[in-house]
Design a protein around this ligand. Sequence first.
Ligand code: GDP
Length: 177
Amino acid sequence: HEPNGPAERTFRIVMCGDAAVGKSSLVMRVVRKQFTNQLPSTLGVDFHVKTVNVDGHNVALQLWDTAGQERFRSLCKSYFRRADGAILVYDVSAEHTFLRIRDWIDTIKESTERSIPIILVGNKSDLRVGDLGAVTKSDGASMAAAMGVLFMETSALDGSNIDNTMLALTRELMAVE
Ligand code: GDP
């Protein structure tokens, strides 16, 4: 999916989910070395840009990541307002982060005027042996189905499913009007 030429469209994607679930690590995985754009974090929010080629179209993905949980709360609505899509992350080894998913989806829905594509991401899949552990893959899939969002399990540590996550979300973003 390497781009060749300028981006035809730009999508603004917000990272959300509880502290320490791996949001920043996922962003770093996505942008790897090719990434460039980092704003000074005066607002507590940075974005990184990744240009990808999906189904023959070059698209720029702006990944917005909050730098601090508390500061984030006060700018929550403005953070989501202009979002085209969201990556909502929990930690498969920390059930309390999964139990907050409904609240996060409510926050996104309250803050956006139209419904935006969301992908639910169960990160740190490397910490799980088989299907044991705090949050199983079928728990995640059921939650995503109930909420009407996409779903993927990832590991920012070993890189698994990172590309698939971005591909699935980007396809859904491209399908919006
Ligand atoms: P954030 O607060 O959501 O941005 O989370 P961070 O990206 O700062 O990650 C929190 C901690 O989890 C750090 O110690 C990371 O190294 C670790 N971490 C992030 N992703 C993974 C992963 O996929 N697997 C494992 N084992 N650890 C991870």
